[in-house]
Design a protein around this ligand. Structure first.
Ligand code: HEM
Length: 147
């Protein structure tokens, strides 16, 4: 065996487990796609009913949004899903979402996660993945929006 081939095989053996172990621990902690879907099925009606931000969701299909959010969070959490909807900037650009609206949504999501029994640490891991999206979602504000 050439030295080159041996090194290549060795590298493949050493790297394979690392490449394989894409971290799906958050996905599993949420109960897989079904667990995520259960939270989203709880979330969307709560969003529609929320006195602060319900108006944004008035004409939005509950089924569609729950499915899109499920795919998105599943993918974010390391699960075997592919979100194929519009990027966050495109999806929200016409809505005029302000910082307080974003925070209201996070509060409602916290209610849904708690209602579906997601452990607090796993709630926070998901929120940490969602938080950076505020840059694309929030388009309304004082003009000196904090980033
Ligand atoms: C991290 C936070 C957020 C995430 C991950 C998120 C994700 C999504 C996704 C995946 C869609 C579906 C896009 C499509 O398939 O067309 C969507 C649509 C929508 N989002 Fe968000 N969103 C976030 C924050 C917000 C906030 C704060 C509001 C308003 C308070 C909002 C209001 C809406 C509305 C009204 C739609 C429907 C738009 C339409 O059908 O034209 N989103 N969002």
């Amino acid at each position: 065996m050439t030295h080159w081939l041996r090194s290549t095989l060795l590298a493949a053996v050493l790297l394979a487990p690392a490449a394989h172990a894409a971290d799906d621990s958050l996905y599993r902690a949420w109960g897989g796609r079904e667990g995520i879907r259960a939270v989203m099925d709880d979330l969307v009606p709560r969003l529609k009913a929320d006195a602060r931000i319900g108006h944004f969701f008035k004409d939005v299909s509950t089924q569609h949004l729950a499915r899109q959010l499920t795919d998105q969070l599943c993918q974010l959490a390391g699960g075997p899903c592919v979100y194929d909807g519009p990027d966050m900037k495109t999806a929200h650009q016409e809505l005029g979402v302000a910082r307080r609206d974003f925070h209201a949504m996070v509060e409602v999501l916290q209610q849904s996660m708690a209602a579906r029994g997601i452990a607090f640490a796993d709630q926070n891991r998901m929120l940490a993945l969602l938080a950076p999206m505020h840059r694309d979602v929030i388009t309304a504000g004082s003009g000196t929006a904090q980033r």
